[in-house]
Ligand binder design. Sequence first.
Ligand SMILES: [Zn+2]
Length: 282
Amino acid sequence: MSQWRSTPEGRSWLRVTGSVTVAVVVMAALFSALLAPREPGKATVARDRKERPERTAPATPPAPASSPRAAPPRAAPLTPAVPDSIQHQAETPGRAVNITFDDGPDPRWTPQILDVLRWHHVHATFCMIGPQALAHPDLVRRVVDEGHRLCDHTVHHDTTMNHKPLGYQESETLDALAMIEEASGGARVEYFRAPGGAFTPGNRARAARNGMRPLGWNVDTKDYEEPGATAILRTLRDEIHNGPTILFHDGGGYRGQTVEALDLALTWLRAHGYAFSFPKVG
Ligand SMILES: [Zn+2]
């Protein structure tokens, strides 16, 4: 099979081929060097919100490049890990509050909540249940389009998840993240709020590793008890000294009182000099 190599012609051809190969390699290198400076924005583009890190630990090994079913090469994880302690503080310094909603999105109440926020020019954080986000992607996209932020509130809203195996907690958290991302068209999910505050070091670490800051609250308006809009406002006023993060609900039941109370609360807060912010991520 290698007979041709032993002939002078063969060796000569090999030498020529070798020279051509060297020339091609040199030219390719030159082209690469010339082109490289034109792509300084590539890393920035890759940091677009649609890029997500590996979700599981340990990471799934990448498919071999030769596999016909291999997915297109994916950028290295770029969402930076965030602190895993529970955040309550606002990004805006001084007198500022973070308005947060849990248990949505809900096709009846979330649009009304969004309308009230828009009237008051206030942005808020929405802690969503994964399957509800998947069922109402239009609402998730409206939340994002109107400048609000997303928060992962798990798949099943299991307030006893902190007593269950870490693998379960992980799937509750990361499966919901995937659902909310899919519904939103790839928007960043900035926070993780365990249902009922069922945080554990394990679920906080998993969330933080995926770029989601564990998010607590300082003021529970108890709107879910349906005490009436003025009572919800009174609770907020009585407890606002606790800290800046205020908890409402846009899902999980009748929320007509929340819609009404939110309008009162935003008016009262602004009249008393409060700015509106988001919880700190980093
Ligand atoms: Zn909840």
